[in-house]
Design a protein around this ligand. Structure first.
Ligand SMILES: [Mn+2]
Length: 223
């Protein structure tokens, strides 16, 4: 308890400094454990959630690489939205106990975006991306990560949430399952490519050559 009380006091001292509450959103981010400090982590989920709940203006921040592999942040998003006006996310890709891998357009990324969109919380969730992987080109990592989250949001925005909600509320669960499975094979890629065209950015399949060219002409000449 001692380290946790010192941690609490430290954050309280930081928050006692004056700052613009509209421009600065203090967050507390929990972690299940850290490499090298597996036996004890002061900022556990219980600690940070309780801190945010009892300190006005302090947001709970969930990093989806900071939970037990059987826990899902997509499931935690609507739980926190019941109590907090605003929450924050560090969107990343966990691999077992490790975090911060490049975000992909995978199931859990899609689920997280879905929970934000279907609960009408786009204006209540701060979405931050952070990831790194030293074994791959950094610009490609950034591009894939950012575009994956954009794809997840677009995919969520294209889902007929009202219709699915009605099926659930009318207990038509078989139909709900059938409908949800059919949604998975709709031509999402065409909508994504059109979105890229409208934004004036390369469609999938067209940007990687530019990155390779930049790597050859600029990055490879750096020490
Ligand atoms: Mn984090």
């Amino acid at each position: 308890m001692g380290p946790r009380l010192r941690y609490k006091d430290s954050i309280e001292q930081i928050l006692s400094e004056p700052f613009d509450k509209n421009l600065v959103k203090p967050c507390v981010e929990s972690k299940v454990f850290g490499i090298g400090v597996e036996s004890f982590t002061a900022g556990s989920a219980e600690f940070t959630l309780s801190f945010a709940a009892t300190h006005e203006g302090c947001l709970p921040l969930m990093d989806n690489g900071h939970y037990h592999p059987t826990e899902f942040v997509s499931d935690k998003i609507p739980a926190l939205l019941c109590f907090y006006p605003e929450i924050a996310l560090h969107i990343t890709r966990p691999v077992r106990w490790d975090s911060d891998h490049v975000v992909l357009f995978d199931d859990e990324t899609k689920e997280m975006a879905k929970e934000i969109v279907r609960n009408d919380a786009l204006g209540r969730v701060y979405m931050a991306l952070d990831f790194f992987d030293a074994s791959i080109n950094r610009i490609s990592a950034w591009t894939v990560g950012f575009r994956s989250w954009q794809k997840a949001l677009l995919s969520a925005l294209l889902s007929p949430h009202e219709e699915l909600k009605r099926l659930q509320e009318e207990n038509r669960l078989t139909e709900l399952m059938v409908r949800q499975e059919e949604l998975k094979t709709l031509p999402f890629g065409d909508v994504w490519n059109e979105y890229c065209v409208e934004c004036g950015v390369p469609v999938d399949g067209a940007w990687f050559d530019e990155v390779k060219k930049y790597e050859d002409e600029v990055l490879s000449k750096r020490d």
